[in-house]
Design a binder for this molecule. Structure first.
Ligand code: FE
Length: 214
């Protein structure tokens, strides 16, 4: 089921995001074959997909980020060993492998891509958005990251260093966005709501609390 995450099988072919990729077609063929041989049921596959669509999502990553914002010791653990730190919340397994957390600051902005396919930290962010898997994002965020971020509505000052992290089957990344100003009095649950998925990919910042109230 990790059909699009084996870089060794990657053929390098680009595809239009609306079309089925060779890997998607391969996955469908494998699923049909396994079902026909009675090795796995369509229901079991649907259950896994449903789990990552509905039960696992960016709220997991937001929980991790909010904890890092309020607990310096946790943040230190997260930056030192992301895999172990998210496991403290029970976030582990399928499509996580080694998780590296990278922290934004006033001087550094991090953004994540998988240039070869669509590697993504499922246990903390759920399923990747379509644009993350698209060939233009994968190519352009490396060659012209500032222009791509501008299209996401994120204008970064020229003096901010941009770091682009290329995910692999083995190593996935989670961006820890900057904690917005004026959030000192908020609880961890309230802070979670300021951490949208894209802030943890790096194509957005955390939400300013006043814009949430508006
Ligand atoms: Fe990938």
């Amino acid at each position: 089921m990790s059909h699009d995450h084996d870089h060794h099988d990657h053929d390098g072919h680009e595809h239009h995001p609306q079309e089925k990729s060779e890997n998607e077609l391969r996955a469908e063929a494998l699923e049909a074959l396994l079902a026909a041989k009675g090795l796995v049921s369509a229901e079991a596959i649907d259950a896994v997909v449903s789990y990552y669509e509905h039960d696992v999502g960016p709220q997991n990553g937001a929980r991790v980020v909010a904890r890092a914002w309020v607990d310096p010791a946790y943040k230190a653990r997260l930056l030192a060993d992301g895999t172990a730190a998210v496991k403290e919340f029970g976030f582990t397994g399928f499509e996580l492998n080694t998780l590296v957390a990278v922290e934004n600051s006033p001087a550094v902005h991090n953004v994540v891509v998988c240039t070869l396919c669509s590697c993504y930290p499922w246990p903390v962010l759920g399923l990747p958005p379509t644009w993350y898997k698209s060939a233009p994002y994968r190519a352009r965020v490396v060659s012209e990251p500032r222009a791509v971020l501008r299209e996401f509505g994120l204008e970064l000052p020229a003096e901010v260093e941009l770091r682009v992290w290329d995910s692999t089957a083995e190593v996935r990344y989670l961006v820890v966005p900057e904690r917005p100003a004026g959030t000192e009095g908020l609880s961890e649950d309230e802070l979670m709501r300021l951490v949208p998925r894209d802030a943890m990919i790096g194509t957005a910042k955390a939400i300013e609390p006043e814009s949430l109230a508006a």
